[in-house]
Design a protein around this ligand. Structure first.
Ligand code: ARG
Length: 249
């Protein structure tokens, strides 16, 4: 995410006293995983992080189809409870199954949803999914939290620490103006018209949370945090039944 990145500390020197003033120029900041115990990241068998995800039951993780479509349970891991990627905190879980939405072709064509099944149940708190009836969580202007270990600027490297930022749901008209392929039935876009706060490469599959529920899955966007180019998220309420069906398996 283009998060955190820039924390400008202005030293205001006045009457011989130096006062530090924090100015967060680009939205996000480090957050504690203890406050978001359901946020996970996905790695290959060597531990290289490439996507995010959300624990939605003791054995199920929701992520993006584009994170999972080319993978096998054997060569994929889910890391839970590890805020600092360079630490060994938390749990590295193995998988027994990967379900990719059957209509998935590419992220910008929608159905960018997948469910990973963990071999062993984990003790971390899971996050409830938005349901078909949770329309109010998708009202334009609703503020939601995006989380991940992705890039902190468009050309930057991914983040060692878990980052979070608040972005408002944008109205569908705005999203359709930004992107001809935006499908309001399957996608939600979020961000500020002027840009500046967004998810980025490596955040895909991770959560967009509002009202204590998973409302979106980080999916795609043009660049990161660009003016007029909001982030696009798979609209969880639209896929709630398909995902719930996977949780029963
Ligand atoms: N597709 C990206 C990934 O694989 C996430 C893109 C999100 N982009 C954005 N501008 N919000 O990590």
């Amino acid at each position: 995410m283009r998060l955190a990145g820039l924390l400008m500390t202005l030293m205001v020197v006045f009457a011989g006293t130096a006062t530090a003033v924090d100015v967060r120029v680009v939205g996000g900041e480090r957050v504690s995983i203890d406050d978001h115990p359901w946020v996970v990241y996905v790695t290959d068998a060597s531990g290289n992080q490439f996507c995010g995800g959300t624990l939605v039951s003791p054995t199920k993780v929701v992520t993006a189809a584009h994170c999972a479509a080319m993978r096998t349970p054997r060569n994929t891991r889910v890391v839970l409870g590890r805020e600092d990627r360079q630490s060994s905190a938390g749990v590295v879980a193995r998988l027994t199954d990967i379900w990719v939405h059957p209509d998935y072709v590419s992220a910008d064509q929608g159905s960018d949803v997948a469910v990973l099944t963990l071999r062993d149940a984990v003790g971390f708190t899971s996050l409830p999914l938005a349901r078909a009836t949770d329309e109010e969580l998708y009202e334009p202007g609703t503020s939601g939290l995006v989380l991940g270990w992705g890039r902190t600027s468009e050309q930057g490297s991914s983040s060692r620490y878990l980052m979070g930022a608040t972005v408002p749901v944008m109205d569908d008209g705005h999203c359709e103006n930004a992107y001809p392929q935006f499908d309001p039935d399957e996608m939600t876009c979020a961000g500020y018209p002027e840009g500046g706060v967004d998810t980025c490469q490596g955040d895909s599959g991770g959560p967009y949370v509002a009202g204590g529920r998973l409302i979106g899955i980080t999916s795609w966007g043009e660049g990161c945090a660009r003016e007029g180019k909001p982030g696009v998220y798979s609209e969880v309420k639209r896929y709630a039944e398909d995902i719930e069906a996977q949780l029963r398996i």
